[in-house]
Design a protein around this ligand. Structure first.
Ligand SMILES: Nc1nc2c(ncn2[C@@H]2O[C@H](COP(=O)(O)OP(=O)(O)O)[C@@H](O)[C@H]2O)c(=O)[nH]1
Ligand SMILES: [Mg+2]
Length: 350
């Protein structure tokens, strides 16, 4: 019962920014409810484009769909403040921050930075993850930890397509870091030159390598400079960002002694020079081949073996991965299963 009328307003789409949001009205006196935003219901089974307004002010342009006498949908633009305003004007309650597994998968799909990531999240939203969680709940106690660990490790793997891996390019000046960076992002994002010290500030750019979403970091060349100088300050910023990278490539131009300081992966550049070993990169003349070679190297480093099978269940958002970790850290299996039941019923709060 809202404002003396018997109806309910609910948001059918996730409570977040989107192209379109769908507000559903259910009840007996929807003509009066719709009048609050200056709209009229079309005939049942049809829809109409209307200008929603209140107090002489235009609120939004919307599609009003009459699903039944007692069920009408407003398809509005998905701006969070606008949707809240509309729901309030209709007489409903602003959506609370509740959690819904399916909606969280949709959100993961909308946020996915790669095509494969979007497919993985879509498959989960269509029931794969929900079914797997139910299977875990139904398992005998002794089989539960192993199955949970399996689901968590699938989640770590799915993350490779759902969240960008940060990759830093390091090495001495003129190793060809910026040239390779441009080849990997696919356009001339940064200035390249044979003048040592050209790159100062680190530069971040998103790209896709071997189908994986990545965030590349180009850094100032490593050489001795005056501490506190412009170049030195750029080096410090670059090193800081490189520390946050999951993968760091250390570039050495062919002809110099190849080095890969602890934890970094060596790449040999200037592969067009005479005598360059097989596998060295020539990002200047063959940018596509260089990007392909780095992509393959990345797949090895991240140990991406067999391709992802779209029938695999996996958590597809940070919230879902956190939830499974919480389940794992419970004192007993039954407490863990309770958390999973809550997640399925949407009563879990994050
Ligand atoms: N011949 C050749 N020149 C390259 C190659 N990669 C970069 N260069 C050149 O080397 C110079 C330094 O490149 P840059 O990418 O700015 O090096 P950075 O200082 O490591 O960023 C530029 O003149 C580039 O055109 C390569 O693979 N082969
Ligand atoms: Mg550079």
């Amino acid at each position: 019962m809202t404002g003396g009328l018997d109806f309910r307003v609910s948001l059918l789409t996730p409570d977040g920014p989107a192209g379109v949001a769908v507000i559903e009205l259910r009840g007996q006196e929807l003509t009066e409810v719709l009048a609050r935003v200056g709209a009229k219901a079309p005939a049942v089974g049809s829809f109409a484009l209307v200008h929603l307004q209140a107090e002489g002010e235009r609120l939004d342009e919307a599609l009003v769909c009459a699903r039944a006498e007692d069920r009408i949908e407003l398809h509005v633009h998905g701006s969070v403040p606008l949707v809240r305003e509309l729901i309030e004007r209709l007489g409903g309650e602003t959506p609370r921050a509740t959690w819904d597994l399916e909606a969280d998968c949709w959100q993961a799909m909308a946020d996915a930075p790669s095509e494969q990531g979007a497919r993985i999240a879509l498959a989960q939203s269509q029931g794969l993850l929900g079914k797997e969680i139910q299977r875990l709940i139904d398992l005998p106690e002794n089989e539960f930890p192993g199955a949970l660990a399996g689901l968590q490790s699938r989640g770590d793997r799915a993350k490779l397509w759902l969240e960008p891996t940060r990759i830093a390019l390091q090495g001495p000046p003129n190793a060809g870091k910026s040239t390779l960076f441009n080849a990997l992002v696919g356009f001339a994002r940064v200035v390249t030159s044979d003048e040592a010290g050209t790159t100062r500030d680190p530069v971040l750019e998103s790209a896709c390598l071997a189908g994986l979403p990545v965030e590349l970091v180009d850094t100032a060349g490593l050489r001795r400079v005056e501490p506190g100088s412009l170049e030195g300050r750029g080096q410090v910023l670059g090193q800081k960002l490189a520390q946050s990278a999951q993968v760091t490539f250390h570039l050495t131009p062919h002809g110099d002694a190849v080095v890969a300081p602890g934890g970094t992966h060596a790449l040999v550049t200037h592969g067009d020079r005479p005598g360059a070993p097989a596998g060295s990169l020539d990002a200047l003349h063959e940018p596509l081949a260089a990007a392909e070679a780095v992509g393959l190297r990345l797949l090895q480093i991240l140990d991406v073996g067999e391709p992802w099978c779209l029938e695999w269940a996996a958590p597809c958002s940070a919230t879902q991965r956190r939830l499974l970790e919480q389940v794992r850290s419970q004192a007993g299996v039954s407490e863990g299963k309770d958390l999973l039941r809550e997640a399925l019923s949407g009563t879990v709060c994050h």
